[in-house]
Write a protein that binds this ligand. Structure first.
Ligand SMILES: [Zn+2]
Length: 262
């Protein structure tokens, strides 16, 4: 089926790669880094305040990823478009791939899409982003490095009236090699509260990216969630990225992380 053309001249790219020549055996990805909406989709029927909120993107995570990529000398692949256009961390056949509502807010611009409109979002945003992630990982493998895959997200401090206590959450499922020592190291930091498969679980099979890229290649991987109020400005990004930088170099130095899983 031919898809309609979605992205026009003047629209941002579907992804960006920071520090593409980064030499560390590490690839950082950010499925929800961006909040762009293609021109032809207007505002998706949403007021500006909603388009700035957590339902549109992971607040603070792009700058956090940039800091980690620079300090760890790793490439980082960042999705450019809002998760409300198409969610790059959902399978294309997931009902929330192009969400009809998010956190109880209806998304008018996602109602009544025909197959060609859905295909255009997949072909012009989802697939190019995941193609870039795959190419970045495969280039490292081709060069003889077995990279670790680190997926970065941020979460809203309050959900359904519950004030979430965690500063970091580590989401994981079958491969403990990175998440278990990472959680142990973060828990050693003073006044840091770490969630083990909180505030979401890596075992519920909703996430797409670490499975499609990390599990499939048998790479060590983890998804780190950071609470959004901590990284909402430059000082917060420096402080909380700094805490990750206190522990990540030692955790990532373990050679067991740089072998394909048995
Ligand atoms: Zn996210």
């Amino acid at each position: 089926m031919a898809s309609e053309t979605l992205l026009l001249p003047g629209d941002p790219a579907p992804y960006s790669v920071l520090n593409p020549g980064g030499r560390a055996p590490l690839v950082i990805i950010c499925d929800h880094a961006g909040r762009a909406i293609p021109q032809v989709l207007g505002d998706l029927g949403l007021p500006p305040a909603v388009r700035d909120q957590h339902i549109a993107w992971d607040i603070g995570i792009a700058r956090t990823a940039a800091t980690l990529a620079r300090e760890l000398d790793a490439p980082a692949v960042l999705a450019g478009y809002s998760r409300l256009v198409i969610d790059c961390n959902r399978r294309l056949d997931d009902p929330t791939s192009i969400a009809q509502e998010s956190d109880r807010i209806p998304i008018p611009g996602n109602r009544g899409l025909d197959p060609a409109q859905r295909a255009a979002r997949a072909d012009e945003i989802f697939r190019p982003y995941h193609g870039a992630v795959a190419a970045t990982l495969d280039a490292k493998l081709a060069a003889g490095q077995v990279p670790v895959l680190l997926s970065l997200h941020s979460f809203t401090p309050v959900m359904n009236g519950f004030r979430r206590p965690w500063h970091f959450g580590v989401l994981w499922n079958r491969d403990p090699r990175l998440p278990v020592p990472l959680m142990a190291a973060l828990a050693q930091l003073p006044d840091v509260c770490v969630g083990d498969n909180e505030p979401y679980s890596g075992r519920d099979e909703h996430g797409y990216s670490v499975v499609a890229h990390g599990e499939v290649r048998r790479l060590a991987h983890a998804l780190i969630e950071i609470r959004q109020d901590l990284i909402s400005d430059d000082d917060g990004v420096a402080l909380w990225a700094g805490k990750l930088l206190q522990v990540l170099p030692a955790v990532l130095a373990d050679s067991a992380l740089h072998r394909l899983r048995e």
